[in-house]
Design a protein around this ligand. Structure first.
Ligand code: PHE
Length: 341
């Protein structure tokens, strides 16, 4: 029986067959167990001898089972490792890459352009105080120009900023707090809010980029030269600008800046409503009262400032006619900008 059992165990091809063999030779119904029942009818010596032999047989079977089990398990592990082999030369699956949002592209372009002219980038809070958004921008309570910049109020003195102009005040007052008046050359891109009814050209949330230069002997010519450079770099060498007199409480004098129409080259077409020009931004010389409120002596310091709508720039640059396209997250729209940086 013992030899037969050892042979069966040795031949077991897998763990299941091995277990079957173990049950057959060591289980309650095994021939060894049956043989041991006959021990009752044996003489004392016979019984001792038989018991000894059958125990030895059982032990050698159990030993063999353990050895075979270890062998089969090692084989199974080896097979598993072989089947799960990783081929590092296999080309990986391509991960789908998104594209930059057109507003982000325009913001990056603006930043790179002005960084190249020696400007720094400054940021301010979107949740702003009445003081910074209006008072320091020379728009005291009751000022009629506040009507054009109605916004969302957090409480009586806290609001969603209506323009990036309050960052001008942050930058100037920061200089004053850190050692006194210093020349300034910054742009301040960021989100802005207004209580407008949304339509094809208006959105209650939009993006602007402020520009502020404060130094000694700054003139309107510096402003014009800077804007000309910006327009040519952003839209192409052929584009011209013109300044029209305008009004902003925080600049004096103030101008509205137009860019020659890229569609008709200034002759007049439907895109520029026959005028040859398209309005692009507001600008002016920093109002002496603003300089004063922000700690800069206007007898010593002058500055210019401008505010550009990023959606407007993107719409002109990419020929987009509905501002809502920027916010609808339609992949057919957004995918057109993949590959742009
Ligand atoms: N803050 C103005 C606006 O939002 C734009 C502007 C900025 C005009 C700086 C002049 C100077 O309309």
């Amino acid at each position: 029986i013992g030899e037969e059992a050892l042979k069966k165990i040795q031949e077991a091809a897998d763990l299941k067959e091995l277990n079957d063999a173990r049950v057959a030779y060591l289980g309650k119904k095994s021939p060894i167990q049956a043989a041991m029942k006959q021990m009752r009818d044996m003489s004392k010596e016979e019984r001792a001898n038989f018991g000894k032999i059958s125990n030895e047989v059982k032990q050698s079977i159990a030993k063999k089972v353990e050895a075979k089990k270890a062998e089969l398990e090692a084989l199974a592990l080896e097979a598993k490792i072989q089947s799960e082999d990783i081929d590092i030369s296999l080309p990986s699956r391509r991960l789908p890459a998104g594209s930059l949002h057109p507003i982000t592209i325009v913001k990056n372009d603006l930043e790179n352009l002005f960084l190249g002219m020696g400007y720094e980038v400054a940021e301010g809070p979107e949740v702003e105080t009445d003081h910074y958004n209006f008072e320091l921008m020379n728009l005291p309570k009751g000022h009629p120009a506040r009507d054009m910049q109605d916004t969302f109020y957090i409480d009586e003195n806290t609001l969603m900023r209506t323009h990036t102009s309050p960052v001008q005040a942050h930058v100037m007052l920061d200089k004053i707090a850190n050692g006194g008046a210093q020349p300034i050359k910054v742009i301040c891109p960021g989100k802005t809010y207004r209580r407008d009814d949304d339509d094809a050209t208006h959105s209650h949330q939009f993006a602007q980029c402020e520009g502020l230069v404060v130094d000694k002997n700054i003139t309107m010519a510096d402003l014009k030269g800077t804007l000309e450079l910006f327009v040519k770099k952003m839209f192409g060498e052929k584009r011209e600008i013109r300044l029209r007199p305008s009004y902003f409480p925080f600049t004096e004098p103030s101008v509205e800046v137009d860019i020659s129409c890229g569609n008709c080259g200034g002759k007049g077409c439907s895109m520029c409503k026959g005028t040859g020009w398209i309005e692009i931004l507001g600008a002016g010389m920093v109002n002496p009262h603003v300089l004063e409120m922000c700690g800069y002596d206007p007898k010593e310091w002058q500055g210019f400032a401008f505010g550009i709508g990023l959606e407007r720039v993107a719409m002109l640059k990419y020929d987009i006619d509905n501002i809502r396209d920027f916010y609808n997250d339609d992949l057919r729209f957004l995918n057109q900008f993949s590959g742009e940086e």
